[in-house]
Design a protein around this ligand. Structure first.
Ligand SMILES: Cc1ncc(COP(=O)(O)O)c(C=O)c1O
Length: 400
């Protein structure tokens, strides 16, 4: 799709089609496109200079705001994109523990840098066990065997296997990293006790628990998934919604962990870190989300839940087996007879070609969703747009 422009919850393609947008730039536009507060903050800062390579007030303001909002945030460092923040968090974990290995979960995506570019959506005909690192398609030839040597991949939501893994690799695991709500493979909730169990195991074994909150941060709640689920990691990475569409990412965590960057034990760099225009946007977005948290999060979740209920009802009306799950501000539509999706292998068993067809049918009817079936809400989606979307959903299911 070639986009001409976007505003609020809508975007227009170059052919003049208007779409209600549930992609939102893959999550960032949490206040909607071209939100007035973001446009104002960015415009004013552009006129004051765009790159200083020095400290400035926005940086302090945004760091303090994140520490006030996010339960586990005591110190913060900024980067530009999510992949860099993940890289920094894993480097901190290795630097501090002196251990080589990282545990990640199949179906979780942590950006496109070598150490984590494995086992996102592997082809199950080739993938073997869920515990075998599989290079992401298109990257196998460019990755050396060394990049996977210290990566352990496990199925999501299976705490017993994480426990076994800590026994097998005792004293070698630097960190466990996960998406606390798995949004790169459906919108898979952690089963009760999974995040709590990871927390206990990491503490007991001297490894760091890293939540990759690049999707969930400032989306599930003002304090992200760690507030929503009540489990505090040692480190968390943020991106996407943090600056309403401008490129900002952050690593936030416990002071004694983050201090390793501050005192130079672990390197962290970037020409555009804390770029003032992007940080002015972050300050504007986070002040709204923080100060209006009592209104914005219930409204986003309710709008999402109204869509979820309407999609389920449309599936029933048209005899299409559908499973819809997620908290509301983000959710997933699966076409499956299953009543639950707990990991990538469950997700892969859904009717993915038909899900792709549903995406096309919705697009033809003016509704833009992430092609794999994920929907993002913003504070700009109105009840009228939700109703209009459900009309398109009904027609799309009829055509399906
Ligand atoms: C959970 C998660 N982590 C990391 C990343 C990488 O972020 P970026 O694309 O900004 O590098 C993404 C991107 O989609 C993501 O969803």
């Amino acid at each position: 799709m070639f986009v001409d422009h976007a505003s609020g919850a809508e975007l227009w393609d170059v052919d003049g089609n208007r779409l209600i947008d549930y992609v939102l730039g893959q999550g960032p536009n949490i206040l909607g496109h071209a939100a007035p507060a973001v446009v104002k903050a960015v415009s004013e800062q552009v006129a004051r200079g765009v790159a200083y390579a020095a400290q400035h007030e926005w940086e302090a303001e945004v760091a303090e705001r994140i520490c006030a909002m996010v339960p586990g945030a005591e110190l913060v460092r900024f980067n530009t994109v999510g992949s860099e923040a993940v890289h920094g968090a894993l480097r901190l974990a290795r630097g501090l523990t002196g251990r080589p290995k990282i545990v990640k979960f199949e179906g979780n995506y942590h950006g496109w840098l070598d150490p984590v570019l494995y086992s996102v959506h592997p082809d199950l005909a080739l993938a073997g066990q869920a515990s075998q690192p599989n290079a992401v398609p298109g990257s196998a030839a460019s990755l050396t065997p060394h990049s996977a040597a210290d990566l352990i991949v496990l199925p999501y939501n299976d705490l017993g296997l994480v426990r076994d893994c800590f026994e097998r690799f005792s004293g070698q695991i630097a960190a466990v990293i996960c998406e606390p709500l798995l949004c790169n493979t459906g919108a898979i909730m952690p089963v009760p006790g999974f995040l709590e169990g990871l927390r206990e195991l990491c503490t007991a074994q001297g490894a760091l628990l890293v939540f990759d909150e690049i999707i969930t941060g400032f989306r599930l709640a003002a304090g992200g998934a760690q507030e929503f689920f009540g489990v505090t990691p040692d480190l968390a990475t943020f991106g996407k919604a943090i600056a309403g569409g401008m490129p900002v990412s952050a690593i936030a965590g416990r002071e004694e962990v983050m201090a390793a960057i501050a005192d130079g034990r672990v390197a962290h760099a970037g020409t555009f870190n804390s770029q003032p225009v992007a940080m002015a946007a972050a300050a504007a977005v986070l002040s709204i989300l923080d100060e209006r948290r009592e209104a914005v999060y219930p409204a986003m979740h309710q709008a999402g839940q109204a869509l979820m209920a309407g999609i389920r009802a449309a599936g029933e009306r048209h005899g299409v087996p559908v499973l819809v799950s997620g908290p509301g501000s983000v959710f997933q539509v699966y076409l499956t007879e299953k009543s639950d999706v707990r990991d990538y292998r469950d997700f892969a068993a859904c009717d993915r070609p038909r899900m792709a067809r549903l995406h096309e049918l919705l697009l033809e009817r003016g509704v833009n969703t992430v092609p794999r079936g994920l929907w993002f809400l913003s504070t700009a989606h109105s009840p009228a747009q939700v109703d209009e979307t459900l009309g398109a959903v009904d027609a799309a299911f009829a055509a399906l």
